[in-house]
Design a protein around this ligand. Structure first.
Ligand SMILES: O=C(CO)COP(=O)(O)O
Length: 249
């Protein structure tokens, strides 16, 4: 049985004081949510404040990115150990915005995944096709390759314990959600790819999220699907009331 996981990717939003307020409100509003894991991923500058704000609650903390080296002359980068130190248990890796604007590739995603595991962080690896790729009929090939290359060299246990977020790029921030059937069929393909690479036991355990214009009013339909185990929520995670309704799908 896979525990559903709802994560909020705050992207480049919220100051420290705004983070404290939002995280506190969210912790209070989700205190009675049972059987679901809740994660928030604020920007780096607000991680420590968020950690303090959710202390004593079930809300967990994640970061939006990291570098793979443990320390050194890498100006502007953040090491995995620094995220643990700030209270993170999760880290988003290879979000489409990082692939699109910051040159991340399946190879850098793979290096980051291995570094995350080496530092006891659970990676949330993002995969998904662009509109051009969907219209060209290459969704399955693109997503399959992202999973295969991104997870290359992991152990069966690691493959089972990570989270894969299927985020079709054309559905992010556009108000266009993939239909629940379309989302589920790609999530099923992702699980089959994990089964092929790491065995059925890992595939049965790995949690697969859908992301892309998830809102309180479409979460229930998505979560009812066989292979969707949660959501990675952008815009709608910036409002405590709305996000708590998503958590309580
Ligand atoms: O990119 C996303 C989460 O990582 C999705 O963003 P939206 O929910 O704003 O579409």
């Amino acid at each position: 049985m896979r525990t559903p996981i709802i994560a909020g990717n705050w992207k480049m939003h919220k100051t420290i004081s705004e983070t404290t307020a939002l995280a506190r409100e969210l912790a209070a509003l989700t205190a009675d949510a049972k059987g679901v894991e809740v994660v928030i991923c604020p920007p780096f500058t607000a991680l420590a404040a968020a950690h303090e704000a959710v202390a004593g609650s079930a809300v967990k903390l994640g970061a939006q990115n990291m570098y793979w080296e443990p320390k050194g002359a890498f100006t502007g980068e953040i090491a995995p150990g620094m995220l643990s130190d700030a209270g993170c248990q999760y880290v988003i890796i290879g979000h489409s915005e990082r692939r699109q604007y910051f040159g991340e590739t399946d190879q850098t995603v793979n290096q980051k995944l291995k570094a995350a595991f080496a530092n006891n962080l659970i990676p949330i690896i993002c995969v998904g096709e662009t509109l051009d790729q969907r219209e060209a009929g290459t969704t399955e090939a693109v997503v399959g390759e992202q999973v295969q290359a991104g997870l290359a060299g992991l152990t069966e246990g690691q493959a089972a314990s990570l989270v894969i977020a299927y985020e079709p790029v054309w559905a992010i921030g556009t108000g266009r959600t993939a239909s629940s059937d379309d989302a589920n069929s790609v999530c099923r393909l992702i699980r089959a790819t994990v089964a092929k690479l790491f065995g059925q036991a890992s595939a049965d355990r790995v949690r697969i999220q859908y992301g892309g214009s998830v809102k309180a009013d479409n979460i229930a339909e998505l979560m009812a699907k066989s292979d969707i185990d949660g959501a990675l929520v952008g815009g709608a995670s910036l409002d405590a009331a709305g996000f708590s309704r998503i958590v309580k799908f």
